[in-house]
Design a protein around this ligand. Sequence first.
Ligand code: FPP
Length: 279
Amino acid sequence: MKEKDEIARPDTPERALLDSLDPARLPRHVAIIMDGNGRWAKKRHLPRVEGHRAGIASVRSTVETAARLELEVLTLYAFSVENWKRPRLEVMTLMALLKEYLKKELATLLSHDIRFQVIGRMSGLDPSVQRALQEAIDATGKCRGMLFNVALNYSGRAEIADAARRLAAEVRSGALRLDEVDEAAIAARLYTSAVPDPDLLIRTSGELRVSNFLLWQIAYAEIHVTPVLWPDFRARDLVEAIAEFQRRERRYGGVLDEGPDPVEPADLPGSVRSAVGSR
Ligand code: FPP
């Protein structure tokens, strides 16, 4: 974690929250479903796109705070494959905002040593958007600080289907044996192959859904849902989510209190043994 004064002023509630964080137990990867832009705008009798415009300040604050906390990876869900169903003006505004963000924020990304990447079917985006994204990817390619992933034209199911197709092709060509197709082989063919799975998934605006986001990768993620609408999300909300994450017990299907020796599979009744064996 960088100097705390860079993240929150002394003697503020944010600072007290920050002081409560254990720097040794920060999540390595935080993924966020940014939601509630439309509702934020509606509450103010503004067009929906104004909610997206206001959401850019939240992106800026979240990226900078995550970098200052020295998280390894931050992934933001900006545009799903399903979002193409939205009105054309809304889609065009989102793409324009993305380009504007990259243009204005590139210097900040570089100054924080942040590496920018895209996950999703980038080739399905408008060529001008692809160019802006590629420029940011290239310009930050040598940065060694936090990895900032933006999920664009992204679908978790499509990502898994793409990985399955690649595996099938590799098996057919003889590059891979069928018995080598295991969890690691699938993970290695996802967009996030070189990245640790998210430890913490945050969703704003109170909705209790995962919306086709990082379906494989969130298998053991802690989920934090906040009622805060995305345009209102700031550093304190990210720190609060991490503080709550640190209060949780992560068990990965096991138990924390080790107690007496674990039961040997041979001691279990047959039906239980086969169920345990498959987990
Ligand atoms: C969800 O709100 C938000 C989105 C679909 C888009 C988020 C995109 C941005 C904030 C801008 C670009 C991103 C970057 C990384 C620069 P919603 O419209 O579904 O809200 P609602 O559920 O209240 O209608």
